[in-house]
Write a protein that binds this ligand. Structure first.
Ligand code: COA
Length: 163
């Protein structure tokens, strides 16, 4: 069973461990090896103008075992929008449909908070993730100008779907 568990600053070591297991994705995003700056980035990554009770930093757990990280928020860019900042599974948990289960849980939680749309950004350099989101009904909304993430510069496609 896949469960989502809220994370706080006291869980920094767990976040570091999961990011270390996901060094491939951290490298894709930043061109860097996982480190303390990425742990801080996970907790700080939130759209502008939201309060702490609108931001959800979570561990994805299979039974008791943490297998990934999730970060989403409610209220940006419109008050009835939800935004996924990160959905990242450790390599051994990928390709088994778990991402879809996590997405279903985010949609349920977002609907409970009266959200009617879900958005996210995907790096142009991550075509497997783009296929995943498209398979789950997300469509292209806009393309962002190049932006810097650690040592890398990315163009991102923002996707959205009604929920
Ligand atoms: C993207 C992600 C959330 C999708 O969740 P998932 O549970 O793996 O999704 P699925 O089981 O539906 O598989 C999705 C794709 O991963 C492929 N896949 C299978 N095994 C895999 C593995 N060991 N590693 C990576 N991808 C794998 C699947 O074949 C499928 O690709 P396809 O579109 O070519 O068919 C997850 O793979 C992940 O965390 N990837 C790394 C981080 C990332 O890219 N996050 C998204 C940021 S926008």
């Amino acid at each position: 069973m896949i469960a989502l568990r809220a994370l706080g600053a006291e869980d920094a070591a767990l976040v570091a461990e999961l990011q270390s297991d996901c060094a491939d994705y951290i490298a894709l995003e930043t061109g860097q090896a996982p480190g303390p700056a990425h742990v801080a980035g996970f907790f700080d990554d939130a759209p502008p103008g939201l309060s702490a009770d609108q931001i959800f930093a979570m561990a994805i757990c299979e039974g008791e075992r943490p297998i990934g990280l999730l970060n989403w928020s409610q209220g940006y860019p419109e008050t009835t929008d939800a935004y996924i900042g990160l959905l990242m599974l450790v390599p051994t948990a990928r390709g088994r449909g778990i991402g879809g289960e996590v997405l279903s849980q985010v949609i349920r939680a977002a609907r409970n908070r009266h959200c009617t749309r879900l958005l996210l950004c995907v790096f142009r350099d991550n075509p497997a993730a783009l296929r995943f989101w498209q398979a789950h009904g997300f469509r292209h909304r806009q393309t962002t100008p190049p932006a810097t993430f650690g040592a890398r510069t990315h163009i991102r496609d923002e996707l959205s779907r009604a929920i």
